[in-house]
Design a binder for this molecule. Structure first.
Ligand code: NI
Length: 268
C-alpha cells in the first residue's frame, strides 16, 4: 500500500481510507485511470472500498480490485436494484465474494424513498437473503438505510451481522441502537451540509472506535463541493468538519477511521 503522503490543505497532511465509493459509476468513465492510478494516491488516499450495487457493478468491482492495489471491494444487491434479478443472483454474489480482496457484502439494505424502483416486500426478501449469506460466510455487511430506519433495525436485530450502516441519516436515538448492536456508523459529506442536524449530533457523540469515513462517490460531495462529483480525496473536508464538531485534531479522526475500517473488513 502506498505510503506516499501529500498535503491536501496547506496546514496538514492527512491519510484517507474511503470505506464506501462507487468508482464503477459511469461518472468516472472519462478519468477513472488517472484518478485511481495517480491523483487520489497523491492526495493521501491509502484505501478505497468499492461497492458493487447490482450485477454489472459487482463484476466491475472485482476488476477494480485486481487493477489497483489499494482498492478493496464489496459485492451485493442494492435495494433499488432488487426488482428484476436473475434466478441465481445470490449464488452470483457468493461467487464474486470468493474473489481476492472482496471483503464485505454490500451495498445492501432498504430504501423506502424509491419504492417505484422496487416494492418493500421484495427489498426485504433480498436484504434478508444477503444478511444470511454474510453470516454464513463470516463477512461484514455494508448497509443502506433510507427512510426505513425501523425496519432496517429490526432486520439487524434479527440477523446480528458485523458491519456498518453507511451514510447514516437517522437520529441520535437510532444511532445509539445501531451502536448497541455492535455496528459501525459511516459518515460522509452530509455532516458538512447546512441542514445536517442529525449527522452533526451523531458526529459529536459517536465513540471514535465506531466511526468510518466515506464518500459514496460520485454522490454526496461535501461543502464546498456540494452538487459536484465527489471523490475520495474530498473526505478531507469531512474530516475537518468532524474534527471541528468534536474539538479534536483532524489527524486523530482520520487515523481512528483508518484503523476501524481495516479492523472491520480484515484489511492488514
Ligand atoms: Ni452507496
Amino acid at each position: 500500500m502506498s505510503e506516499n503522503i501529500l498535503p491536501i490543505f496547506d496546514s496538514h497532511a492527512i491519510r484517507i481510507f474511503d470505506s464506501h465509493a462507487h468508482y464503477d459509476s459511469e461518472q468516472f468513465d472519462n478519468d477513472r485511470e488517472q484518478l485511481l492510478g495517480e491523483t487520489l494516491p497523491q492526495k493521501g488516499v491509502i484505501g478505497i472500498l468499492n461497492m458493487g450495487s447490482d450485477i454489472p457493478g459487482c463484476e466491475a468491482t472485482v476488476k477494480l480490485c485486481s487493477r489497483y492495489e489499494y482498492v478493496y471491494g464489496a459485492a451485493g444487491i442494492h435495494p433499488e436494484c432488487a426488482k428484476d434479478l436473475p434466478e441465481d443472483w445470490l449464488s452470483q454474489v457468493e461467487r464474486w465474494l470468493s474473489e481476492e480482496k472482496m471483503v464485505a457484502v454490500g451495498e445492501i439494505g432498504l430504501d423506502y424513498h424509491w419504492l417505484d424502483a422496487c416494492p418493500k416486500e421484495r427489498q426485504q426478501e433480498v436484504f434478508a437473503a444477503q444478511l444470511e449469506l454474510a453470516n454464513r460466510l463470516g463477512l461484514p455487511v455494508v448497509v443502506h438505510d433510507r427512510e426505513a430506519h425501523a425496519d432496517t433495525l429490526s432486520f439487524l436485530e434479527k440477523y446480528r451481522p458485523r458491519g456498518v450502516v453507511h451514510c447514516f441519516s437517522g437520529s441520535l436515538e437510532t444511532a445509539r441502537q445501531v451502536l448497541g448492536l455492535g455496528l459501525y456508523i459511516g459518515l460522509g459529506g452530509v455532516v458538512t451540509f447546512k441542514n445536517a442536524r442529525h449527522a452533526v449530533d451523531v458526529a459529536r457523540e459517536i465513540p471514535l472506535d465506531r466511526l468510518l469515513l466515506e464518500t459514496d462517490a460520485p454522490y454526496m460531495a461535501p461543502v464546498p463541493y456540494r452538487g459536484k462529483r465527489n471523490d475520495s480525496s474530498l473526505i478531507a473536508c469531512v474530516i475537518e468538519k468532524i474534527a471541528e464538531i468534536r474539538g479534536e485534531e483532524p489527524q486523530t479522526i482520520a487515523n481512528a477511521a483508518i484503523e476501524n475500517t481495516k479492523k472491520l473488513f480484515g484489511i492488514s
